[in-house]
Design a protein around this ligand. Structure first.
Ligand code: MN
Length: 729
């Protein structure tokens, strides 16, 4: 690590020496090229510390060299501030270094512009951008973390106000992300630096407290390690390392806060690490330790069998050391060299083995997490909830390990409940969940799970799905997202149903049969016009209201030549419709001067038995007494009506449906029959039904019931006609 006081020359030389050792000469040349471009670009610029600016990108690159990153990452780290702060442009970088490096620099520049201390509403969007950047190339986040680490190390040169803002943002966002990516070396240092600026008093207390007892603790731990090494030599391990370290301040601080303890009362200030070659060795070491020292109950954790979500693996145990008539608890962590690298560098550990030894799985797992966050982002867009959940998710490093009835292990965030578990198994298991059992006992869905619990989800294939209350029960973002997805889908089904019935009703109103109107060709035309995928989407758009019914109907009709021709014919005939004043022909008992309308569903004519319906604000509507619509009307609003004996010749519209075999010129015959009766026809609409019969709907102007019956008899006498009747309802 560099001290901020050392000269710029030392900083740069250390870096240049390091890359000479770490990289192949051709790689070294590429890094030197990036270094010289950055150096020239930042010439004359200085850090707040007064040091030449180039020291900053150099140290950022140096941090990444220590993590074993590849050449493009190191080059991009050296150049990371050039586009933003110097004359160098994105295009310059692309020409000189190619797209990979230029893209990395562009990614870091973009991340730099995200301010996390601004308005709450913008934070969701910021978080989203950050996860997008990570999903695109996780190296961008690595450079950003190294950049933040150096900025935190040199925070003392900034104003107190800036110190607070940057430290808070680091503790809220960047330290948790480093932790979630498994880079505990960076996470710990960031957290300790944050503590120093955010709670100086606590930081000093811990620092002094640890320094004071340092000698005593050292003696105890050294004694333990001495005995441990002796013991391990017996067990023929090929190769091992044992050392101890003081836990980092922030973790001690958190422990004190959480357990409300003083520094004196926190016993595990140190941890002893044993690093060995193989997993088998890990368990052998554990056996030896437990053989010699008594373990503290409840402190053994096997993170090898079940790694943490951030890929961390180790065996943890705490044993009692008897020393000078005192009992001291000592925490021991046992891991392989490989696990150790992953524990320190997390995701970054993979660039250490670019020779092709590593499997991609751990990498994919971590990126899987980033992608999962992005996937549920869709369901939380623009909501504060997303932000809070993500924050909770990245900072929650505590986990519970529970078992399925088959003995499989599931890792959940600490605080997860039985319903979270159901959704963690599968979204369908969650959606069909009707109850949960923990350790064979039926428990409420919100039962918080503990490590070691066996959890069983009872499902019912007929379950209707989650209730909205479940959104309040589940605690994990992924379970919440899955429930939201369910409702979104459900809602869509509802919109499809509504839209479909709207289209069908409107078609009937226009005298078109829905099946004839909604042909695959017509649907395709609508979908193409409004960029929809299929009929369901079309109906959903209508049902939801994002497309108007009129728009869709017009397109369906014009796309359907047969239907549109029929409608045109209908419109021509309608325009000739005579105007009648028919109100006087009906007498409403006991009420006078009411506006009278004739229902269009059954088109009553004089002679028909009729009934009036007092509509809301639209006068009385007259129906035929046998109209099916009347059955569903409010009884209190029905009123007696009868035909007046007027001498005035008034005509009424009557709708007649004629079903006939589709042969010869059947429509000509029908229209001729109507004309022969001397009745004016005001509309005709012809179509085919499912059986292939011709169906004609005609509207004729008649004076009374008898005329209608007479016409129907005539129509029925046409040989091809199968049936004819007044249309009602
Ligand atoms: Mn920077």
């Amino acid at each position: 690590m560099y001290s901020e006081k050392e000269s710029a020359e030392v900083t740069v030389n250390n870096f240049l020496t390091k890359i000479k050792h770490y990289y192949h000469p051709t790689e070294e040349a590429a890094i030197l090229e990036a270094f010289s471009v950055a150096k020239n670009a930042h010439e004359g610029q200085f850090r707040a510390s007064g040091r030449p600016y180039i020291t900053h990108p150099t140290i950022v690159a140096d941090i990444l060299v220590d993590m074993g990153f590849d050449v493009p990452t190191i080059c991009a780290a050296l150049l990371h501030d050039t586009v933003e702060d110097t004359n160098v442009t994105d295009a310059d970088l692309r020409t000189k270094f190619g797209d990979e490096i230029a893209d990395l620099v562009a990614g870091v520049t973009k991340l730099d512009k995200i301010q996390f201390h601004n308005k709450e509403e913008e934070q969701t969007e910021n978080m989203r951008k950050m996860f997008f950047a990570m999903a695109k190339d996780i190296r961008v986040m690595m450079i950003k973390l190294a950049d933040r680490l150096h900025n935190m190390r040199s925070l003392m040169y900034l104003s107190e106000e800036k110190q607070q803002v940057i430290a808070k943002e680091t503790l809220d966002i960047f330290a948790p992300i480093a932790g979630r990516l498994g880079i505990s070396s960076v996470k710990s240092e960031l957290e300790d630096l944050c503590l120093k600026y955010l709670d100086r008093k606590a930081y000093d207390e811990i620092a002094q407290g640890i320094a004071m007892k340092k000698a005593e603790r050292e003696t105890i731990v050294e004694n333990f390690i001495f005995q441990l090494k002796d013991k391990l030599k017996e067990s023929n391990l090929a190769n091992f390392d044992v050392y101890w370290r003081t836990k980092h301040f922030y973790s001690i601080y958190k422990k004190m806060k959480k357990q409300n303890k003083t520094l004196e009362q926190v016993y595990d200030l140190t941890a002893v690490r044993v690093i060995v070659e193989t997993i088998k060795d890990c368990y052998a070491v554990l056996g030896s330790i437990h053989d010699k020292w008594k373990p503290m109950p409840g402190r053994f954790k096997d993170y090898i069998a079940v790694p943490k979500r951030n890929m961390y693996q180790s065996l943890h145990t705490t044993v009692f050391l008897d020393y000078q008539s005192h009992r001291y608890p000592i925490e021991v962590q046992i891991r392989t060299y490989e696990m150790h690298k992953i524990a320190e560098y997390g995701v970054a550990a993979h660039w250490k083995y670019k020779e092709g030894v590593t499997t991609k799985t751990e990498m994919d797992e971590t990126l899987g997490w980033v992608k999962e966050v992005l996937s549920y982002d869709k369901d939380f867009r623009d909501s504060k909830e997303f932000l809070n959940l993500i924050r909770k998710d990245i900072s929650n490093t505590n986990e519970v390990y529970v078992f399925t009835p088959n003995g499989d292990v599931k890792i959940l965030a600490a605080g997860s409940n039985a319903l979270d578990f159901a959704y963690a198994v599968h979204s369908e298991v969650g959606n069909k969940c009707v109850g949960t059992k923990v350790n064979n006992k039926i428990v409420p869905l919100d039962t918080v799970l503990s490590t070691g619990d066996t959890v069983e989800v009872m499902t019912n294939p007929n379950a209707k799905g989650p209730s909205r209350d479940w959104l309040k029960i589940v605690t994990t973002p992924s379970a919440k997202a899955k429930i939201r997805q369910f409702f979104k889908r459900e809602l869509k089904d509802e919109y499809i149903r509504t839209g479909k019935s709207m289209v069908e009703r409107d078609a009937k109103h226009r005298g078109i049969s829905p099946s004839e109107l909604v042909t695959p060709e017509a649907v395709a035309a609508v979908c193409e016009r409004y960029m929809l995928a299929n009929a369901d989407e079309m109906y959903a758009a209508v049902g939801y209201g994002s497309l108007s019914l009129t728009q869709v109907m017009l397109k369906l009709i014009t796309a359907n030549k047969h239907v549109s021709d029929a409608i045109k014919a209908q419109q021509v005939v309608r325009s000739r419709k005579p105007v009648n004043s028919k109100e006087k022909s009906v007498i409403i008992k006991g009420v006078e001067g009411l506006l009278v309308r004739f229902s269009r569903c059954c088109s009553p004519v004089p002679g028909d038995e009729i009934v009036g319906y007092i509509s809301r604000g639209r006068g009385v509507c007259v129906h035929r007494a046998d109209c099916p619509a009347v059955k569903n009307m409010e009884k209190e609003r029905l009123i007696k009506a009868e035909w007046a004996n007027t001498s005035e010749q008034t005509t009424f519209s009557a709708s007649i449906e004629i079903i006939s075999e589709d042969k010869g010129d059947i429509f000509a015959e029908i229209t001729r029959a109507i004309a022969n009766e001397g009745l004016p026809m005001t509309a005709i609409n012809a179509r085919k039904d499912k059986k292939g019969n011709a169906v004609a709907n005609v509207t004729v102007e008649i004076s009374n019931h008898d005329q209608a019956n007479q016409l129907i008899t005539k129509l029925k006498s046409i040989p091809a006609v199968i049936n004819a009747y007044r249309v009602n309802g």
